[in-house]
Each structure stands twice: as C-alpha cells, then as structure tokens.
Design a protein around this ligand. Structure first.
Ligand SMILES: [Zn+2]
Ligand SMILES: [Zn+2]
Length: 132
C-alpha cells in the first residue's frame, strides 16, 4: 500500500508530537487542529493506529482515546500505562536502560523495550484518590 504524506497527516503528527503525554478524543483533535475535516481526521488516525504510531484505547462504550506513542526514542525506552485513566507515559531513557540492565544481569533476560508496557497508577489519579 502506498503511503501518502498529506498535509493533514503532518499536522496531526506535529500536534501529537507536541503533546506526547496526553490522550485525546477525536473531537478534541478536530478542535485543536486547525482546518482538518472529520473524514480526513478519521482516515489519518486509523492509518497511524495501523502503523503503530498512535495507540487507541477505549473510554466508555462508544468513545476512543488516541495517544501518540511512536517516533523519536520511543523504541528505546519503556512505557507506563495508567490502569485508571489509560494515559501512557514515556519513561526516561536512562531509567529504562538501567532497569533493562538490572534484569539482564540478574536473569540473563533481554527486555524488548519497544514492546513492553508497565501498568499501574499515574500521579494524577493517585492525587484524585486522595482528594476523595
Ligand atoms: Zn515513548
Ligand atoms: Zn491516571
């Protein structure tokens, strides 16, 4: 399949790249990205999901949240996903390397950092729990 590098795609990638630690609904993306139509937004986002650059997670029964997870050094560090809000965080590469090295030394096991997701609870959700 031929890949078209359209202007809309570029805008989308640019926006995601600047907001790597947040997830958005399709409506929020449409609102934040100027001049992008709903149909081209859907087409481009589906392509990015297929290519593994954007992760789609389900929020409620009908809503999806999108977050950028590809590009740059994402293949070289670990990712952490919050069980509560679904947000994905990018671990500092140095910390990821030291975890990988520790596991390697202890168990002679090489972690595939690009594929590994750690699950837990993010700072925001923990703070919210304390508020209640
Ligand atoms: Zn990353
Ligand atoms: Zn959270």
């Amino acid at each position: 399949m031929k890949k078209y590098q359209t202007k809309q795609r570029e805008q989308l990638m640019l926006f995601f790249g600047e907001h790597r630690d947040r997830q958005y609904t399709i409506e929020q993306l449409a609102y934040n990205i100027e001049g992008i139509g709903m149909s081209s937004l859907y087409r481009n986002i589906n392509l990015l999901v297929e290519e593994g650059l954007v992760r789609r997670s389900r929020e409620g029964s009908r809503k999806f949240l999108y977050q950028y997870i590809g590009g740059g050094d994402c293949a070289h560090h670990l990712h952490m996903q919050c069980n509560q809000c679904g947000r994905i965080m990018h671990m500092d590469s140095k910390i990821a390397e030291s975890i990988a090295a520790t596991v390697q030394n202890d168990s002679d096991f090489s972690i595939d950092t690009a594929q590994t997701m750690l699950f837990g609870c993010c700072a925001d959700c923990k703070a919210e729990r304390k508020d209640k």
